[in-house]
Design a protein around this ligand. Structure first.
Ligand code: GTP
Ligand code: MG
Length: 194
């Protein structure tokens, strides 16, 4: 499925610009700047260079819509931390709340840094709107297996305590060495009922 042709659809800087509600299932990737959102989309569709990435935080400045065949829509978001919280919260939260074909929100966290206040604030906003989300730990290649397991356990225990609408299963991925991508693809297909 993920080897169907993937294409760029549209960039949007405001709600008025987002592609019209379609019947195609959609999933969105959010997280702090530089967490690896854009790289993850390239990894998922197996096409480096479809989405522009950068070592400098704040690279993605618009909501960018991609599609796989005519079957699935993927949305790359600006990182929170680049846009001010109000601006991020305003535009993106509104999109997340009103998008009818949005099947799941993936919130990306770097396990070497753990949950930051900005992450828990966003989760509170999502919880407040009853929007379910799933946590994906990124760049797992940077940690040893032992350190990764410890970091994951720590994050999971925080989520159980604080995050209401969080999907219980936390996934781990590396866009660099492709670890965990198949599990995430499977989760996306399930979320999109594909
Ligand atoms: P913004 O658009 O600024 O919000 O960032 P982003 O979340 O889209 O991050 P992006 O995908 O541009 O990646 C940021 C940096 O992290 C780049 O230098 C990537 O090469 C690096 N990176 C992304 N994924 C991985 C990974 O799985 N492993 C490692 N080691 N580095 C990664
Ligand atoms: Mg980006």
């Amino acid at each position: 499925f993920f080897f169907l042709p993937a294409d760029f659809v549209k960039s949007a800087t405001s709600l008025a610009m987002i592609p019209e509600n379609t019947m195609i299932p959609e999933v969105a990737f959010i997280g702090r700047s530089n967490i690896g959102k854009s790289s993850l989309i390239n990894g998922l569709v197996n096409r480096n260079g479809l989405v522009k990435t950068s070592s400098k935080p704040g690279h993605t400045r618009m909501m960018n819509f991609f599609k796989i065949g005519d079957k699935l829509s993927l949305v790359d978001m600006p990182g929170y931390g680049w846009k001010s919280r109000d601006e991020w919260g305003g535009m993106i939260l509104s999109y997340l709340q009103h998008r009818k074909n949005l099947k799941r929100i993936y919130i990306l966290i770097d396990p070497s840094h753990g949950l930051k206040e900005s992450d828990t604030q966003i989760m509170k906003l999502l919880d407040g709107s009853g929007l379910s989300y799933q946590v994906v730990l990124t760049k797992v290649d940077k940690l040893s297996k032992t350190k990764y397991s410890a970091a994951k356990a720590q994050i999971e225990s925080q989520l159980v305590k604080d995050a209401i609408c969080c999907f219980p299963m936390v996934l781990g991925v590396s866009s660099k060495n492709k670890d965990g991508l198949d599990d995430l693809r499977a989760a996306i297909l399930k979320a999109g009922q594909l």
